[in-house]
Design a protein around this ligand. Structure first.
Ligand code: PEP
Ligand code: MG
Length: 620
């Protein structure tokens, strides 16, 4: 989605995080990861800090020591966050570093044995205040004291410096509160139309709150290109760049930005020539969209007549019109997490039934694969914490903890309500049920027992279910599942290969972590061999197998996946036309030969070379 130029930026000049001196600045280009295609031109806007939602104000005297420990942990976490930011400044131009580094150092000092931290501790011990309310009150008191100096200030410069110091104290107190309360929902309500959202970090649940029709683009400091936030942003079709190091500190609200979500660059205060090139880019992108729209009605068929299924992933219901326009043949992955996000209660069977039914009906007879809740990893879901289903303190290693099907089997009432809702929605159209994060056969067997039990209960209740229940399949997204695909194929009705987690778990790389983003490589031979193994296991059993991770959305990977035997792909709706274009330009035999050549390689660099040099597409 691309935008035209927005209204002139507002006059105020304040850093998105804390104050800093005002100077006339030249164009600054920051490189990050390309996340969602398109070019956005718009004024920068920092997301409103979440209101400090302090629910515990007072503590018991006996809890004071434990509260002190909570404070210590929040201080340590805040220092770690800032040290990380500080460490990454080296990629910025020297003058930007000189400006930003002292500010971060001041923040870090305030988290040492400072007046602020001492004062917070005193409030906990003497006033029995909770750590978060103590941090907020102490920060405000110190900031207000600093501001009393405003009256004696001799110049405007001196007054500005006083205000900045006060704001820095408030900023650190807010950071402590955020870390103490694991800051829940953000507000994007005051995001002006046509703005570019600039943020240090954006959680998947935050992205779910964005309105793509009002927002020009998104640029963040942190994140990985296949993390869940990135997946959401692509789904929303908002041009986005993540892992743009130094961004939040370099940008001031209202600065004009050019976000190129295809190239992965953010330009702050673009020079006239840059701006003109960006405007041309916006036009070219729109033209390309129109060209792709014509592909919508053409079949996804190879040159030699083999049909390929191209389906859409859905993370939010707002995507339904986009899916309808894309020519998708159904939904290959409905991530049901959206129903559980940004709320404090877990949706019950009725609410879930209504939601699934509405989506199934909207798909007009095209199949919908509904994945049951995949909680865990980076997908934090507050409702589960509020409802006491998962503990407030995260696992030490959440990606390897109680994620996906593991949680659902531990809390079967969650799975039962969801399966009942899906079975009821299946009356409105073809549905499949999918289990996330499976690692062993016992999980599929246990889930199927619950599935059958739920069906029996619904029938007893008088629900009219078809004799044959909708297929129950699994995600292949862990190396364990891929390598036991032959055994899993005996229990599951279909496979969907989740290349995002499969890559992350195979290579031990966090999907959403910018520091290791360069190591995240779905073309690593280990990942490709696992995909091949799982596809072959499915094909031997004549069982449906699809790829629904981000790899499916990359048109450059389509011939390889076709050559490995994949005939079904599910991806964000806007990627479908490009993949279709490639499918329509290849012959299946050529793809098979091509995949064989790629799979003979064991060096990821060589794999990339062969992938580019031996492409089997012909123009059509
Ligand atoms: C995957 O892991 O590839 C996948 C499709 O699931 P998610 O991105 O929701 O974890
Ligand atoms: Mg996954």
């Amino acid at each position: 989605m691309s935008r035209t130029e927005p209204p002139a930026p507002p006059p105020q000049h304040k850093r998105l995080h804390g104050g800093a001196p005002e100077t006339q600045r030249a164009e600054l280009r920051i490189l990050g990861l390309p996340v969602a295609a398109g070019i956005a031109i718009g004024p920068a806007f920092g997301a409103t800090e979440p209101e400090a939602r302090i629910t515990r104000h007072k503590i018991q005297a006996a809890d004071a020591a434990a509260e002190g420990t909570r404070l210590d942990a929040a201080v340590a976490q805040s220092r770690k966050q800032l040290a990380k930011l500080r460490g990454r400044l080296s990629v910025l131009p020297e003058d930007s570093q000189e400006e930003i580094a002292p500010l971060i150092d001041a923040y870090i000092r305030m988290l040492g044995p400072s007046r602020l931290v001492r004062g917070v501790r005193r409030r906990i011990e003497e006033k029995l205040a909770s750590a978060e309310s103590a941090a907020l009150a102490e920060g405000e008191e110190i900031a207000a004291q600093i501001e009393t100096q405003l009256e004696q200030a001799a110049s405007e410069d001196e007054r500005a410096a006083i205000r900045r110091r006060a704001e820095e104290v408030r900023e650190i107190a807010r950071r402590l509160v955020r870390n103490l309360t694991a800051a829940p929902f953000r507000s994007f309500a005051d995001l002006p139309e046509g703005a570019v959202l600039v943020s240090e970090n954006l959680r998947p649940a935050d992205a779910a709150l964005l309105d793509p029709s009002r927002l020009a683009g998104v640029a963040t400091e942190e994140g990985g290109a296949d993390g869940h936030t990135a997946v959401m942003l692509r789904a929303l079709g908002v041009p986005s760049v993540m892992a743009a190091v130094g961004l939040a500190e370099a940008v001031r609200p209202g600065d004009l930005l050019v976000v190129d979500g295809s190239a992965g660059s953010v330009v702050v205060n673009p020079a006239p020539a840059t701006l003109a090139a960006a405007r041309r880019g916006v036009t070219a992108f729109a033209r390309e969209r129109q060209k792709f729209a014509r592909l919508r009605r053409l079949p996804a068929e190879t040159v030699d007549g083999e049909t390929v299924e191209l389906q859409a992933n859905l993370e939010l219901p707002v995507e339904l019109p986009l899916i309808a326009q894309s020519g998708a043949q159904g939904i290959g992955l409905l991530r049901s997490e959206f129903l559980f996000m940004n709320r404090e209660t877990v949706p019950d069977e009725e609410e879930q039934t209504e939601n699934y039914r509405a989506i199934v009906e909207a798909m007009n007879g095209d199949p919908v694969t509904i994945r049951v809740l995949d909680w865990g990893g980076e997908k934090e879901i507050e409702a589960l914490v509020s409802a006491g289903i998962v503990p407030e303190a995260a696992d030490t290693n959440p990606a390897l903890g109680l994620r996906g099907i593991r949680l659902l089997l531990r809390k079967p009432e969650l799975l039962e309500a969801q399966l009942a809702a899906i079975l009821r929605a299946a009356a409105a159209g073809p549905v499949r049920v999918m289990l996330p994060m499976v690692t062993n056969v016992a999980e599929v067997v246990a889930a199927r027992e619950i599935y059958d039990r739920v069906a029996r209960r619904l029938r007893r209740r008088g629900e009219r279910l078809a004799d044959k229940l909708p297929p129950l399949g699994i995600m292949i997204e862990t190396p364990g599942a891929a390598l036991s695909a032959d055994a899993l194929a005996l229990e599951a009705d279909f496979f969907a290969i989740g290349t995002n987690d499969l890559t992350a778990y195979t290579l031990a790389v966090d999907r959403g972590e910018s520091d290791v983003a360069a190591l995240y490589d779905p073309l690593h031979p280990a990942v490709l061999r696992l995909i091949q193994f799982a596809v072959e296991a499915a094909l031997r059993m004549r069982m449906p197998v699809s790829v629904c991770g981000e790899m499916a959305a990359n048109p450059r990977f389509a011939p390889l996946l076709l050559g490995l035997g994949v005939r079904s792909f599910s991806m964000n709706a806007s990627a479908i036309p490009r993949v279709k274009q490639v499918v329509r330009g290849v012959e299946m035999d050529a793809c098979t030969r091509y995949a064989r050549r790629v799979m003979q390689q064991s060096d990821p660099r060589r794999i990339r070379e062969v992938l580019e040099q031996a492409r089997p597409e012909t123009a059509r």
